[in-house]
Design a protein around this ligand. Structure first.
Ligand code: FAD
Length: 506
């Protein structure tokens, strides 16, 4: 490729998690041969939430060459082994969505088929007892997974909880040290080329003009370029995911530092609990049709574990996605591209996935439609598969004690999801789709956790001559015993980062 065909300048609009993740990854991938500028406005600020992640975040940090201990110290982070769901299937019921598989495959037939058979024969052990992530989580313990596949500690995965503001600041230092140029200012106007409608540049409130070849819209819900300038359009998914508001408030840590997120279903939505080293993040995600903002705030405050460290902060959103994630020479990354509620902590992952796709399909100055269409195809598929997984939680509720839950139990769902629910209900089979971020163990956790009990097991299991019950019992025993001798989560972090958490610990 001729040098003058290369994209020579990138302008990132927005300096939240999306902006600084994009800046860090792009400067790493493109080095100094492409000038990268990021403009952000202190007056506007960031959304300021987003503290729970899923395991691929570790790959992102590794790709940047970030040391885990340094990262945990700088972001006051903790480890996350999965999500505990409380009151979702029905009031008083709990289940765990673990990171990683249930045990290790011991046959060509899935482990859970033997578990379903054992359960039909009166075996009472819960499914999650066969998950190493859960065995560690319920004992508030943590250690890194073993690289040895014969070790039961190789059968789990992990992610982090962290302070999103500190993470953005950390990545800012990283990006600026490698040449990203930061401009403080508010974008007041967006300029487009007359002939093709491509974005040419932006003018800031102080009159400064910033031009570039490629623009990354990380301006948050506003979607300053992708929507404000290019009017790309938005698909509203509120009929499937009706929550449209959140109240967020941090609280003091009390009790042990749990290595998992908790999601508790409430009357008009659900409440998150995210433990960090120095505080606990809390929020109530709710549907404004069924609960007022004042009620949401007071109920959240009444249900905190520890003392609130401020006033609840309201946030509004419309669940859905842009019609196109990449339009002309603008790529929307982060909240500007769409939003799905943080039930499975997928937003930061979608930022990471957007960046990875952009680097894999990096354009030249011709902005070939072939490249742009492929990016959009992949992004749409990924969004839709995550949407289905989130809707699964609502659809499978057996609660009928509040309007939101009655609405969700009765609502129509996407065909792609209906098929998965039906396969599981008939034979306990987990059918996968292209771009499914959440693999079979995740779907299994929620299907079983919320009571979609299969009518029959996979017929193939009946041909097998395997002592599944004995194998499951040995697996559980090995996991329980192994978990019991691992370090306490808080103590493990303290050893890693050289700090003691504010509260909790052994
Ligand atoms: P923002 O943080 O809003 O940043 C926008 C940036 O654009 C800011 O720097 C702002 O100054 C700048 N900007 C805007 N307009 C202008 C302008 N005119 N001129 C100059 N600059 C401008 N994600 C997770 O992965 N896990 C979670 O647990 C999680 N929880 C969440 C809970 C809630 C209630 C919500 C709403 C979101 C949650 N998210 C979560 C999502 C997560 O917060 C976002 O994905 C992430 O913070 C990225 O935000 P952003 O950078 O796209 O936008």
């Amino acid at each position: 490729m001729a040098d003058n065909d290369l994209v020579r300048s990138i302008l990132i609009v927005g300096g939240g998690t999306a902006g600084w993740m994009s800046a860090a990854a792009l400067v790493r991938a493109l080095s100094s041969r492409c000038s990268i500028t990021l403009v952000e406005s202190d007056a506007i600020g960031t959304v300021g939430v987003g503290e729970a992640t899923i395991p691929p975040i570790r790959l992102f940090n590794q790709m940047l060459g970030i040391d885990e201990r340094d990262f945990l110290r700088e972001t006051r982070g903790s480890y996350k082994l999965g999500i505990e769901f409380v009151n979702w299937g029905e009031a008083g019921h709990r289940y765990f969505h673990p990171f990683g598989p249930y045990g290790r495959a011991f046959d060509t037939v899935d482990l859970h088929q033997y578990w379903l058979r054992a359960r039909a024969e009166g075996e009472a052990a819960p499914l999650c007892d066969h998950s190493m992530a859960w065995q560690l989580a319920k004992a508030n313990r943590f250690c890194p997974p073993s690289p040895d596949p014969r070790n039961v500690l190789s059968t789990f995965d992990y992610a982090y909880h962290f302070d999103a503001g500190l993470y953005a600041a950390y990545l800012r230092r990283y990006a600026e040290a490698r040449g990203v140029h930061r401009v403080e200012g508010q974008v007041a106007a967006v300029h487009r080329h007359g002939e093709d409608g491509f974005v040419a540049g932006v003018t800031l409130a102080d009159g400064q003009r910033l031009d570039a070849d490629l623009f990354i819209d990380c301006s948050g819900f506003r979607g300053l370029l992708i929507e404000g300038a290019l009017e790309t359009g938005y698909q509203d998914w509120s009929h499937w995911l009706p929550c449209d508001r959140a109240m967020a408030v941090p609280s003091e840590n009390v009790g042990p530092l749990t290595p998992y997120t908790r999601s508790t279903a409430r009357e008009a939505g659900w409440q998150w609990r995210i433990p960090l080293q120095h505080r606990t993040g809390n929020g109530y995600v709710y549907c404004s049709q069924f609960l007022s903002d004042d009620e949401a705030a007071s109920r959240l405050l009444a249900r905190l574990d520890g003392k609130a460290l401020g006033e609840p902060r309201p946030l509004r959103f419309t669940t859905g996605r842009r019609n196109r994630f990449w339009n002309r020479n603008v790529v929307a990354i982060g909240l500007s591209s769409g939003f799905m509620e943080p039930l499975e902590s997928t937003s930061i992952h979608l930022i990471q996935a957007g960046i990875a796709k952009l680097i894999a399909l990096f354009p030249d100055r011709g902005f070939d439609p072939l490249v742009i269409e492929e990016y959009n195809r992949l992004a749409i598929a990924e969004y839709e598969r995550i949407r289905d997984f989130l809707v699964l939680h609502y659809k499978l509720t057996r609660r009928d004690d509040a309007e939101l839950w009655r609405y969700c139990a009765a609502m129509d769902i996407p065909d792609t999801l209906a098929t998965k629910i039906e396969h599981f209900r008939r034979y306990g089979r987990l059918v996968a789709r292209e771009a499914d971020l959440f693999g079979p163990p995740s779907w299994l956790a929620v299907q079983i956790g919320q009571g979609n009990w299969p009518e029959a097991t996979d017929p193939v299991a009946a041909y097998r001559d395997v002592d599944g019950r004995g194998w499951l019992a040995r697996l559980r025993a090995a996991m329980t015993q192994t978990a019991s001798v691992q370090p306490d989560h808080a103590a493990y972090i303290a050893g890693q980062v050289g700090l003691m958490p504010a509260t909790g610990g052994a």
